[in-house]
Design a protein around this ligand. Structure first.
Ligand code: 5GP
Length: 205
C-alpha cells in the first residue's frame, strides 16, 4: 500500500479569521494543496476563476450535482457551494494533503461519507476554528464596516449555528492570538502525516 495524504476538513464561523489563518498556514506548509470549491456566487474583487473558486452558473452547478460529481454541497447565504470529488480523491491517493475550507453543512455530509466508507474515514480529519467567545466574534463581525445591521444579524445567527457544531469535529483551535493559532494549525496538520495508518504499510516487513 502506498503512503496516503489527508483530506483536512476545516470549518469555522464567519468572522473567526479563517482566511487569514489559512493564509499563514499556507506559507508555512507550501506542500499543502487546496480543494477549489464550486460556487454560484459572483467573484469578489481580486478573486480569480479556478484559483479561488470555480465560479459557475446555477445550471452548470446543477449539471455537476446531477452527474454525482460533488463530495458535498450546501446552500449558504442563498448561494450554492460544493466540493468536487476530483479536487480531493486523486490527490489524497497520491499522498498529497488537501485542505477543504467548507461550512458545517458540508462537513457533516463528509462525516456521513466517512461513516459509510472506513477507507475514506481513515484519511479524513475534521478541524474547527472557534473564536475566544461569542462576544468577541460579534465585535469582529460588527467591525466589518461594509456590512449592514441586517447582514450582521444574519451573519451572527449563522455564526451561532455553526458554533454549535464544534464538538462534531476531531480538533478545535481557538483563534485568540493569530500567530499562536496559525502555529497550532500547522503543527496539527503536520501531525496528520505521522499517523501510522498513513504510512507505507510495507515498512519494516
Ligand atoms: P465565501 O463566499 O465567503 O468565500 O464563503 C462562505 C462560506 O462558504 C465559508 O464558510 C466557506 O467555508 C464556505 N464554503 C466554501 N466552499 C465551500 C464548499 O465547497 N462547500 C461548503 N459546504 N462550504 C463551502
Amino acid at each position: 500500500m502506498k503512503k496516503l495524504g489527508t483530506a483536512i476538513v476545516l470549518s469555522g464561523p464567519s468572522g473567526v479569521g479563517k482566511s487569514t489563518l489559512v493564509g499563514l498556514v499556507r506559507r508555512a506548509m507550501p506542500e499543502l494543496e487546496f480543494s477549489v470549491s464550486c460556487t454560484t456566487r459572483p467573484p469578489r474583487t481580486g478573486e480569480v476563476d479556478h484559483v479561488h473558486y470555480h465560479f459557475l452558473s446555477d445550471e452548470a452547478f446543477t449539471r455537476h450535482l446531477d452527474a454525482g460529481d460533488f463530495l458535498e454541497h450546501a446552500g449558504i447565504f442563498a448561494r450554492r457551494y460544493g466540493t468536487l470529488k476530483s479536487e480531493v480523491l486523486h490527490r489524497v491517493s497520491r499522498g498529497i494533503d488537501v485542505l477543504l475550507d467548507i461550512d458545517v453543512q458540508g462537513a457533516m455530509q463528509i462525516k456521513k461519507v466517512c461513516e459509510a466508507d472506513p477507507a475514506f474515514r481513515a484519511i479524513t480529519e475534521f478541524v474547527f476554528i472557534g473564536p475566544p467567545s461569542v462576544d468577541v466574534l460579534e465585535k469582529r463581525l460588527r467591525g466589518r464596516a461594509t456590512d449592514s445591521e441586517e447582514q450582521i444579524r444574519l451573519r451572527l445567527a449563522g455564526a451561532r449555528r455553526e458554533l454549535s457544531f464544534w464538538k462534531e469535529y476531531g480538533y478545535l483551535v481557538i483563534n485568540d492570538d493569530l500567530d499562536r493559532a496559525a502555529g497550532d494549525l500547522t503543527a496539527l496538520f503536520r501531525s496528520f502525516k505521522l499517523k501510522s495508518s498513513r504510512q507505507d504499510q510495507e515498512l519494516f516487513s
